[in-house]
Design a protein around this ligand. Structure first.
Ligand code: FE2
Length: 295
């Protein structure tokens, strides 16, 4: 593995037209930072829309699901069925011992997912810009499809840690085709738990694969138990408006957020329609919501 001491970062190119240097850096590092890819106004509009959706959500409904005796399976079902819906996932530490939310609702959520880009007009517009379509084309997609969207809240004080992983573990295709597009909607810093990557680590093997077992429950199989070279990790600090592009094999993580600032981000995962999409992958869509690209 090549030693890359810094994650490649550029100002966003006009029209999403990545230069040869940007493409070469992306292929080398498996991750590329593009500053000012979207306007601060567009970021604010998406945050506003997310808050409207959060306002309409009643955390009690989710808590009642999570507090039954068959917690794990119901937890799994709520997640597994969210591929063609807009669902809300609370932080582990959202509820205090008294059974009440520790913080206001908008600061209690871990994420929202996984089909805002197809179900909500504001998210649809943010997700399907000509600039992003051009980036996707330049990194080599011929028939891209946006498989999932996630709104990450990373709330102040209780925002949870995400341990080192590869997204192709969860979004597996044959051949592998998953690429992540992560938008900073607020400034992401080391203090509030920004993303961190092991640059060049996308050339390592896929270490785990997550899928539905015969009983329908999710399992994560270890394919390679070599530890990650985490000493090589580099922070991807990102002012609001930044786009971070990363290969499905790029190892990444983020620390917990114990600061007083939230760290909202929006992620899209794109796959190639030509690749085989296994029926055992957790994310399955009903026929009522066919996969779409950037048209
Ligand atoms: Fe990830």
């Amino acid at each position: 593995m090549k030693n890359i001491v810094r994650i490649p970062a550029y100002a966003a190119p006009a029209g999403g037209r990545l230069s040869d240097d940007m493409l070469a850096d992306y292929q080398d590092a498996g991750v590329l930072i593009l500053r000012n890819f979207v306007s601060v106004e567009a970021c604010a509009a998406l945050r506003q829309r997310a808050l409207e959706l959060v306002d309409a959500f009643d955390p009690e409904e989710v808590r009642s699901v999570f507090s039954t005796t068959e917690q794990t399976q119901l937890d799994d079902d709520y997640f597994i069925e969210s591929g063609d819906k807009i669902r809300f996932f609370l932080e582990n530490d959202a509820f205090g011992d008294d059974g009440k939310l520790r913080q206001e609702k908008k600061h209690s959520l871990n994420k929202m997912g996984h089909a805002m880009h197809d179900l909500d007009p504001v998210f649809d517009r943010f997700s399907r810009t000509p600039e992003l379509a051009e980036v996707v084309k330049r990194i080599g997609f011929v028939e891209p499809a946006i498989l999932q969207s996630m709104y990450i809240f990373k709330p102040p004080n209780i925002g949870g840690e995400v341990v080192c992983h590869q997204d192709s573990t969860y979004i597996y295709t044959e051949p592998e085709s998953c690429v992540g597009f992560w938008f900073a909607l607020e400034d992401a810093t080391l203090e509030n738990g920004c993303m961190q990557f092991i640059p060049g680590g996308h050339k390592l093997p896929l270490k785990k694969r997550n899928y539905r077992g015969a009983d329908g429950k999710l399992v994560t199989e270890t394919l390679d138990d070599t530890p990650w070279p985490e000493e090589k990790k580099q922070p991807a600090e990102a002012p609001a408006g930044t786009l971070v592009i990363f290969d499905g094999r790029a190892p990444h993580l983020s620390a917990s957020n114990r600061s007083s600032k939230s760290r909202h981000a929006y992620t899209l995962h794109v796959i190639d329609r030509k690749a085989r999409y296994p029926a055992e992958n957790w994310l399955q869509r009903g026929d009522h919501l066919p996969l779409r690209g950037f048209d």
